[in-house]
Design a protein around this ligand. Sequence first.
Ligand code: UGA
Length: 443
Amino acid sequence: MKITIFGTGYVGLVTGACLADVGHDVVCMDVDQGKIDKLRNGQIPIYEPGLESIVKHNAESGRLSFTTDPEQAVAHGLIQFIAVGTPPDEDGSADLQYVTAVARTIGQYMDDYRVVVDKSTVPVGTGDKVRDAVRAELDKRGLELDFDVVSNPEFLKEGAAITDFMKPDRIVVGTDSERAQELLRETYYPFNRNHDRMIFMDIRSAELTKYAANAMLATKISFMNEIANLSERLGADIEAVRRGIGSDPRIGYHFIYPGCGYGGSCFPKDVQALARTARGCDYDAKLLNAVEEVNLSQKHVLFDKVSHYFQGQLSGKVVALWGLAFKPNTDDMREASSRTLMESLWKAGASVQAFDPEAMGETQRIYGDQEGLTLCGTKEQALKGADVLVICTEWKEFRSPDFANIASALSEPVVFDGRNLYEPEMLDRHGLIYYAIGRGRNQ
Ligand code: UGA
């Protein structure tokens, strides 16, 4: 199958590389010449385990190529995926200018039937806008070509995107056309052979499914964070509570880990966008608003604990910080809790010695000139001369550190853990005071 992908960001590149890997003939199109040049040279603009080798392998075998030429891109694929960004507007709603620009491009150059598939996360109703944009361009050209619009949201997790794509839980396809349905079935056949994971529905329901999935997951996290905050006040241990409720299969163990708040490019943006969509149709989405509000305050919890420990006297204090990315296995720092923490610490006059296994370059890019920030090459280096240690991301290499070394390096033997990595007794044995999230008796 000939496939074109518009947008070589995270979603576009993973989609293009994985579809090429199962044998499709894929062209990835981007307006950014620099990005395309790099991709042609095998340089991948993002960190995602496994992506580089799969891109290189398929580019070498000729199944995956890159272009900035819109005419060539539209001519190539019977299926045209739109996988461009939908950044939030000032008011939190998704900015659709890039999506509609691609739709117009398709309308400008297509000369035969095309399936226009929206993979970007877009508000309910965008399918109609995409259809109108393609149709308007065809009208300008005086053409009456047939085309179909499909919503096919992605459910990729950063750090596990290749596996998520190759072994999907579900492939949601929203369409009102049988022809498009059959073409999408054929496109995804290699991922769907053993048992049917395709769920067909109308376009609007597919668009809402994407937001509902992320909003549900964000709700689970904010709920657990609220119970964690309660646990602290009530002298209960959220880790025991988590196991206690997770054992009920109706609740389940997944995605109920309390922490210092969720970040990333998806949950914060999508929860806000869905709440905004609700307001747009005169519905006050009270739960969604609360999920967002709880998360914003959860991102301040670590700072509040550090500040409380030093009785508000943070000026001149040095904080070792382990973990800057919004979660492990990525260098992405968008909406990361580490940023809220660092910015609050600097405001209070403290300085930060930071280490992350992958996000040092990203930290340099965002905060390069920041006074009060030292970028460290190892987690041990971050400890040297620091007063206390704070952990924001649960990277594997933080799970079993040398506690004796931590205790001797810090001027105050205190660890603030935003991800509940340790058993309090372990730190106790090394004379470390341990503040985690929601572990009441130890706070
Ligand atoms: C999320 C969804 O999990 C994907 O299914 C979805 O496709 C993607 O958004 C998207 O819309 O593109 P992602 O943002 O990569 O994926 O990251 P997650 O693994 O979901 O983690 C998000 C945040 O929640 C992280 O900050 C993580 O630390 C936090 N989290 C997660 C918790 O605090 N507790 C948990 O139990 C789980």
